[in-house]
Design a protein around this ligand. Structure first.
Ligand code: 5GP
Ligand code: MN
Length: 312
C-alpha cells in the first residue's frame, strides 16, 4: 500500500492512538503551521500526540500556539510506544532527518509535492494543492473536525507562505476557499503577515550587501543571488525572502538562491515562471514542485553555480 484515499487516511487515524507528528528539516511555514494545527486537531480527537523535528524551529514561528511543544530529536522519549509516525509536508524519507531511523512505527505521509518518492506505507498526496496546510484544512472541513482560532492562524500561515501570499501560480479557488475558512475561524491575515515579514534594520543592512551578489545569465532569463559563508553565519536558518528579490525581474524565468551551507556544500532554491525546476533539482537529488524546488550540491558555492548553469 502506498497511495491512500481520504477515507483510508481517516480509517488509519481512527485506529491509531499514539501518534508522532514530524515535518521536513529546515522547516518552513507550511511544515510548522500544518503540524501545529494537526496536532491540535488530533488532540481534539482524543489522540495522544507528540511533535518532533530534527532541526531548529525558526524563531518567527514561536508566536503560533503549541510551537513550544515541538521537541528536538535528542529530548524526545523514543521508548514510548507509537502507533503511527505521521509525516507532513515532506516528500522523501531523507527529508525527515534522524526521525525516520529513530521511530519504528508505520509511516503515514500527507504531502503536496509532485516529487514525492512514496516512501510511506500510506501516502495521502495532493499535488493539486498549494500547501500541506490547504490539505489539512480540507480534511478538517470534510471530517467535521472543528477549526479553532489557533488552528486557523497556523493553517492560514501554512497556506499563505507556500503560495507567496496568494500570488503564485499554485493559488487556486480551493486555496483561497481554505484560507477563507481559516479567517472565518479567527486567523488575522494582517497580524500573520506582520509577524512573518518583520525585518530588523540589521537584516536590511545585510540585504544591501547580498544584493551586490545578484548576477544574470542566459540573456537575463536566469538570475542568481548568493548568500556567502559570511552572510550565512549572521543569518542562520532565516533565509526566506532572498529569492523573491530577483524572481520578479521582467526578463527572468528562473530565479536561484545559492546558500553556502559550508565550505563544501551549497543549498539551492529554484523558482520559475515557466521552466520545470523540479527536474533541475532532481538532477542533483532534490525535488519540490514544477515552479519551486530545491536541492543540495556538494561543492563550494562558485563551483555549484557553474554546474547548475550547465544543467539549465
Ligand atoms: P525552498 O527553496 O523553499 O527550500 O524549497 C522549495 C520547494 O522545494 C519546497 O516545496 C521544498 O519542499 C522543496 N525542496 C527544497 N529542497 C529540497 C530537497 O533537498 N529535496 C527535495 N526532495 N525537495 C526539496
Ligand atoms: Mn509545503
Amino acid at each position: 500500500m502506498s497511495k491512500i484515499t481520504i477515507n483510508q487516511l481517516h480509517m488509519a487515524l481512527s485506529e491509531a492512538n499514539s501518534i508522532v507528528l514530524t515535518v521536513h528539516i529546515r522547516p518552513d511555514g507550511d511544515a510548522i503551521g500544518s503540524m501545529l494545527a494537526f496536532y491540535e486537531a488530533l488532540v481534539g480527537q482524543g489522540k495522544q500526540v507528540r511533535m518532533v523535528v530534527d532541526d531548529t524551529i525558526p524563531e518567527k514561528f514561536s508566536f503560533l500556539s503549541y510551537a513550544d511543544s515541538i521537541q528536538s530529536v535528542d529530548a524526545f522519549d523514543w521508548s514510548q510506544p507509537v502507533d503511527m509516525l505521521l509525516v507532513l509536508d515532506a516528500s522523501t524519507y531523507e527529508r525527515i532527518g534522524r526521525v525516520g531511523a529513530l521511530c519504528s512505527a508505520p509511516i503515514f505521509n500527507i504531502d503536496h509535492h509532485i516529487s514525492n518518492t512514496e516512501f510511506a506505507q500510506g501516502l495521502y498526496l495532493r499535488p493539486d494543492f498549494a500547501a500541506t496546510g490547504e490539505i489539512i484544512t480540507d480534511l478538517c472541513k470534510k471530517w467535521n473536525w472543528p477549526i479553532t482560532e489557533s488552528m486557523g492562524t497556523s493553517l492560514y500561515l501554512a497556506i499563505a507562505t507556500d503560495c507567496g501570499f496568494f500570488k503564485f501560480s499554485n493559488t487556486t479557488f480551493n486555496t483561497l476557499e481554505m484560507a477563507s475558512h481559516c479567517v472565518k475561524a479567527g486567523a488575522r491575515p494582517n497580524i500573520i503577515s506582520e509577524r512573518i515579514e518583520a525585518v530588523s534594520s540589521e537584516r536590511l543592512e545585510l540585504t544591501k550587501e547580498v544584493m551586490q551578489t545578484i548576477s544574470f545569465y542566459k540573456h537575463n532569463t536566469v538570475a542568481i543571488i548568493s548568500l556567502e559563508r559570511k552572510h550565512m553565519i549572521i543569518l542562520g536558518d532565516d533565509t526566506d525572502g532572498f529569492v523573491d528579490i530577483i524572481r520578479n525581474v521582467d526578463t527572468v524565468d528562473i530565479a536561484i538562491l545559492l546558500k553556502a551551507e559550508s565550505d563544501n556544500s551549497t543549498r539551492v532554491s529554484l523558482r520559475s515562471k515557466g521552466t520545470d525546476v523540479n527536474r533541475i533539482a532532481a538532477h542533483f537529488g532534490g525535488g519540490g514542485h514544477i515552479r519551486a524546488a530545491g536541492c543540495t550540491i556538494h561543492m563550494p558555492l562558485e563551483e555549484a553555480k557553474a554546474v547548475l548553469l550547465e544543467v539549465i
